[in-house]
Design a binder for this molecule. Structure first.
Ligand SMILES: [Zn+2]
Ligand SMILES: [Zn+2]
Length: 258
């Protein structure tokens, strides 16, 4: 599997893009501002978008992507709508708050209800599905809104993305005994803002350490979703904790092969 990190920041600023990962050029995991760096031809190749939860930093690329690629996709002989996969509460939020003909046109019925550019598809935690030959599992997450993470089975083991989450014992239970190629886990705040991390169901470095202590696999860990301006504090605090795993910070533009 080829993985491109289009965005891995907790918010926007110069050179910071919000969460989006591109798998094998065809499957997008979350649709943050990183999507906007793809060329039009690359955008038009995306057949599936998996969404971890309804927060704006993860969904705002969907309506704009749909608009950008509509003519190209409709012109294809093998026309299919872009499938957006998410939990029922997330689908409901997209319908009510994005594709509501106020914030954005309802692209689930445009350009015609018979041939729309977007199709919304519900997921449930624990579900396994295959998209463009990628075996994908929907993983539990614990956030302020219904949320999930995603795992992809690769030849090197599982690639795991936690999504936005606070402490998440169900995830470590689910991953027990598995070979993990890479764990992408959020660390949104520094420990100086641990109280805020707890209220908003995110992680800070000391909370990350408590989570990783429940991981039984020896794997490379990549942190994501760090707020702009917090990277030095977060990585410094993680190093000081001496967690004992190889922990790096994802960088926009990173490419991996698993
Ligand atoms: Zn969130
Ligand atoms: Zn987020």
């Amino acid at each position: 599997m080829n993985l491109r990190v289009l965005g891995c920041s907790g918010s926007i600023a110069l050179d910071c893009r919000t969460t989006s990962f591109l798998l094998n050029d065809r499957v997008l995991i979350d649709a943050g501002t990183g999507v906007g760096d793809l060329a039009l031809d690359e955008l038009a190749q995306i057949d599936h978008i998996l969404i971890s939860h309804s927060h704006l930093d993860h969904v705002l690329g969907i309506p704009l992507l749909a608009d950008s690629v509509m003519q190209r996709r409709l012109a294809r002989e093998d026309y299919k709508p872009i499938q957006v996969h998410a939990l029922p509460a997330t689908i409901d939020a997209l319908r009510r708050h994005i594709f509501n003909n106020v914030i954005w046109p309802d692209f689930t019925r445009l350009p015609t209800p018979e041939r729309p550019i977007i199709e919304l598809v519900t997921l449930e935690v624990g579900q396994r599905l295959s998209l463009c030959n990628l075996p994908i599992e929907v993983l539990p997450a614990s956030h302020t809104v219904p949320a999930c993470g995603f795992g992809v089975a690769t030849t090197s083991g599982w690639w795991i993305y936690t999504g936005d989450t606070g402490p998440n014992p169900a995830l470590w239970q689910t991953l027990r005994g598995r070979r993990i190629a890479q764990l992408v886990i959020e660390t949104a705040f520094s420990d100086d803002e641990r109280a805020l991390a707890e209220i908003s169901r995110h992680l800070s470095p000391s909370m990350l350490a408590a989570e990783l202590a429940q991981l039984d696999a020896d794997t490379s860990v990549a942190i994501t979703h760090v707020k702009p301006g917090e990277m030095a504090a977060v990585t410094g605090q993680i190093a000081a904790l001496g967690i004992g795993l190889t922990i790096t910070a994802l960088t926009r533009g990173d490419r991996f092969r698993f």
